[in-house]
Design a binder for this molecule. Structure first.
Ligand SMILES: [Zn+2]
Ligand SMILES: [Zn+2]
Length: 86
């Protein structure tokens, strides 16, 4: 599987196009920023239905929430996933 284009199935069962060649809009409600659906814009550690995120794609303003003091490796999350964590 290449990273430029692939399809993944989300937690709600919908199949989406993803990869760094796929352009989309940031999934934060109200944001119109154009982004690529690459791993660096992904909420969670893997595309589709990650256990540690929502699998959504966000611009740099709406991704990047993590506990900077933790020594465990962590994925970046969107704000709503970050707030749901313990
Ligand atoms: Zn999320
Ligand atoms: Zn955004």
């Amino acid at each position: 599987m290449g990273y430029a284009y692939y399809t993944v199935t989300r937690a709600d069962g919908t199949e989406i196009e993803a990869g760094y060649d796929v352009t989309a809009t940031c999934e934060q409600v109200g944001c119109t920023e154009e982004i690529a659906r690459g791993l660096d814009n992904l909420c969670g550690s893997e595309p589709g239905a990650p256990e540690d995120g929502c699998g959504g794609y966000f611009c740099s303003r709406h991704l990047g929430y993590r506990d900077w003091e933790s020594e465990e490796p962590q994925p970046e999350n969107c704000k709503s996933c970050f707030e749901k964590r313990d």
